[in-house]
Design a protein around this ligand. Structure first.
Ligand code: DCP
Ligand code: CA
Ligand code: CA
Length: 731
């Protein structure tokens, strides 16, 4: 059902048709378990939704460029299209097109190129016209930022949301459905065991919302109806989706809730979406793709087999690659048969297990998938294993000097830093909704940094180094840059006969002579990347507990704000030791540096004081997460507000950071207190904007613009964007 055209006040057009089963298939325990966040996903009555953004990156570009949904917008990365709006799809444009071929199909095409990092800089920006592939690297940050907003809004509305990709979230509607169900049928909770048949008259507020996937009979009746002349049309519409049992009622209730979530996203962010609703994640995902764009498809449990006929095994999440192909071959699925139906109709579980005896869990999974009964738990926690920032260089313009390569390392460090900010933001959002202390303020930090390099001759090389757990992201970024440079030097040394290219000198010799990086030649590099991995969970309960989440008074909020925005103080650098050279940095030295960092920040930076490494495994984390969510009270408004404070704070520091100086100006070969100086520079924070924001919150009036301001945060974003663009574009 559309969120963009329909007036939600107008009752939907699908009439209700009830034919109760004589005996219900469900028990009171099923209903009670719907209210249990740990159990609901696995129930026969489960109601799981999936929301997927329509042409996501293209919609982000459409809104950024102030265009409408009817404008043919595409999102480009260099000459390729990475997202195509539905208006552009009408011209036959797809992701397979290039900008040039798409323009021939639609001369009026609106192109939004993704934002880019410029070599040597650590913040992305949108550029006028098309960027230059040899000096820019695409940034997907703006889309991830929108993705974060989407996730946050859904999390404020639904108690269990799993972010499945940049533009999709699974939602467990169990609690919301349970609440409505017992509100509408209060006698249900007095039932002892088996539920009674559903009433033949349902409350009039119960209406279907969206496309209800039809049975064969319903479809042919609908066709007959369509053919009837207007006056004879059946007012009650005999082709209406039949409601037989409590599972159908749960879907009926769920269809309204899902529509509501999609409406909220549209109203708050302007994005249209497609939704799917079914008994499990797998079916919800398939359903969401069934009617695009701006619609939702509901699969009643009685129609699961019929619905699955529309798909092949390879369409199911996790079966797309080799696994699906191997299964189809192994079971001799005839080419003209639907693989899912064929497997369901011809193989028992025992038969599948016999065939795949070396992988019994896979056998069970296949059996469950083809019966539409594979129940996967929703995992709210964002698990991150590694993050990589990478750049492919143009064949005719490979990287050939150390300065050039280091310029990209700085970009990668900035990119990873931005992504760490997002990760913290997500962790914070989640922890706001946790009731237990264990998970509060839990954040993730990488313990390994590595660099990968591919030469134009396709030889690959990599180097990695351990890093200590560091709470402060600014410091972490410095570490990415410092260790990145160290690893770059090492990897360049091993990837080529460095001395042959540099008058017989080794890297050590070159450093000893203070040869600037731009004078150090490297083998032509085709691809370079920086990866952070080996993430550990660290916790700091004071981060959350120091603010009273229940107290929303203005004073407290201001206090929180002041606390959060307090500039990091007491980072006076330890006096540098003479003659030490950063290029001669070794493990011991790095360790020492970090100890000094930690010492210097400990007294004031309360965020860092309780840093510990957690030993929880992923599965324990999952368990804790679900257990703690059960019956969790939601501090909706407070948590949203606090998250916003944190987010804006992060974004303030992110946006306002001085872009790192270009590589050729950065003093690579200066003494080791460099890193401290870099830190000191960062202390010159955003006093002006901080006080402007404070006054905006207090007065709702902007002194600079002389206008009333409703949303202080949005308005400060505007000023920061202005400042940023002045900085980046020289005014
Ligand atoms: N994406 C990408 N490269 C791909 C696939 C996707 O960069 N090969 C990005 C751009 C998409 C976003 O991810 O906008 C989401 O991908 P989807 O597959 O969900 O596709 P869209 O949202 O663009 O379109 P649809 O409306 O069909 O979901
Ligand atoms: Ca999508
Ligand atoms: Ca998607």
């Amino acid at each position: 059902m559309s969120v963009s055209n329909d007036d939600p006040g107008i009752p939907p057009q699908v009439p209700i048709k009830v034919i109760p089963r004589d005996v219900s298939n469900y028990t009171i325990q099923n209903v009670l378990d719907l209210n249990n966040v740990q159990r609901s996903y696995a129930l026969p009555l489960a109601v799981i939704g999936l929301i997927d953004m329509n042409a996501f990156f293209a919609q982000v570009e459409q809104i950024r460029l102030g265009l409408t949904r009817d404008d043919p917008v595409v999102c480009a990365q260099w000459q390729s299209l990475i997202a195509v709006s539905y208006a552009a799809r009408k011209f036959g444009i797809s992701r397979m097109d290039t900008i040039a071929s798409a323009k021939t199909k639609c001369p009026n095409l609106k192109i939004g190129h993704a934002a880019v990092f410029k070599q040597g800089e650590s913040h992305w920006a949108y550029v006028e016209g098309l960027p230059n592939q040899s000096i820019h690297k695409v940034s997907l940050d703006p889309y991830r930022r929108e993705s974060r907003k989407i996730f946050k809004i859904l999390l404020e509305n639904c108690d269990l949301v799993e972010k499945a990709s940049v533009d999709e979230c699974y939602l467990d509607l169990g609690r919301a459905v349970h609440q409505k169900l017992v509100e509408m049928f209060p006698n249900l909770i007095h039932e002892k065991n088996q539920l009674p048949p559903i009433p033949s008259q349902l409350p009039s507020s119960l209406q279907w919302h969206g496309e209800i996937y039809k049975s064969e009979t319903e479809e042919s009746l609908a066709l007959d109806q369509k053919l009837l002349p207007q006056p004879q049309k059946d007012q009650s519409d005999s082709s209406s989706p039949v409601i037989r049992d409590w599972d159908d009622i749960c879907m009926l209730i769920g269809s309204k809730i899902l529509l509501h979530y999609r409406q909220v996203l549209y109203e708050e962010l302007g994005y249209t979406t497609s939704g799917g609703l079914a008994r499990n994640k797998l079916l919800a995902k398939l359903a969401a793709g069934f009617k695009k764009p701006d619609n939702q498809t509901i699969i009643r449990t009685q129609l699961i087999f019929r619905f699955l006929n529309n798909f092949e095994l390879k369409d199911v999440t996790g079966m797309g690659g080799k696994t699906g192909d191997t299964v189809v071959q192994k079971f001799d699925v005839p080419p003209d048969r639907n693989s899912i139906t064929f497997l369901r109709e011809n193989f028992t579980l025992a038969a599948i297990e016999e065939e795949i005896h070396n992988d019994l869990p896979l056998a069970k999974k296949i059996y469950e998938i083809v019966h539409g009964n594979h129940r996967l738990e929703l995992n709210q926690r964002v698990d991150v294993k590694s993050m990589m920032s990478r750049k492919n260089f143009l064949v005719k313009k490979p990287v050939e000097t150390m300065a050039d390569a280091y310029g990209w390392v700085l970009v990668f460090a900035g990119d990873l830093y931005n992504r760490m900010i997002e990760l913290d933001d997500e962790s914070l959002n989640l922890s706001m909704l946790q009731s237990s202390n264990k998970e509060k303020g839990a954040i993730k930090r990488p313990k390994t940094v590595s660099i990968h390099l591919t030469t134009t001759g396709y030889s690959r090389h990599s180097k990695q180094a351990p890093i200590p757990l560091i709470r402060s992201l600014d410091k972490l970024k410095d570490v990415f840059e410092t260790i990145g440079l160290k690893l770059l030097k090492e990897v360049v040394e091993v990837s080529c006969s460095l001395s042959r290219l540099n008058n017989g000198k080794s890297m050590k010799d070159l450093e000893g002579e203070n040869v600037p990086l731009e004078k150090i030649k490297t083998i032509p590099i085709a691809n370079l990347s920086l990866t952070i991995s080996n993430f550990a969970k660290t916790s700091d309960s004071s981060l959350i507990d120091s603010y009273s989440v229940n107290d929303q008074s203005k004073e407290n909020i201001e206090k929180m704000f002041a606390e959060v925005n307090k500039p990091i103080v007491n980072e006076e650098p330890t006096p540098p030791k003479k003659d030490n050279n950063i290029s001669k940095v070794d493990k011991e030295y790095i360790n020492k540096l970090f100890t000094e960092f930690k010492k210097s920040e400990e007294p004031k930076d309360h965020l860092d004081t309780k840093m510990q490494e957690s030993t929880s495994s992923v599965s324990t984390t999952k368990q804790q997460q679900t257990q703690e969510s059960a019956g969790t009270p939601k501090y909706e408004k407070n948590s949203a507000y606090i998250s916003k404070l944190f987010k804006d704070f992060h974004e303030t520091s992110q946006k306002f950071k001085e872009p790192s100086p270009p590589s050729n100006k950065r003093p690579h070969n200066t003494p080791k207190n460099d890193i401290f100086q870099a830190l000191k520079r960062r202390k010159d924070t955003t006093q002006d904007n901080d006080s402007l924001l404070k006054s905006l919150i207090e007065t709702q009036f902007c002194e600079k613009c002389q206008i009333d301001v409703n949303d202080a945060f949005e308005h400060i974003d505007y000023h920061m964007a202005l400042d940023l663009s002045e900085k980046l574009n020289g005014g």
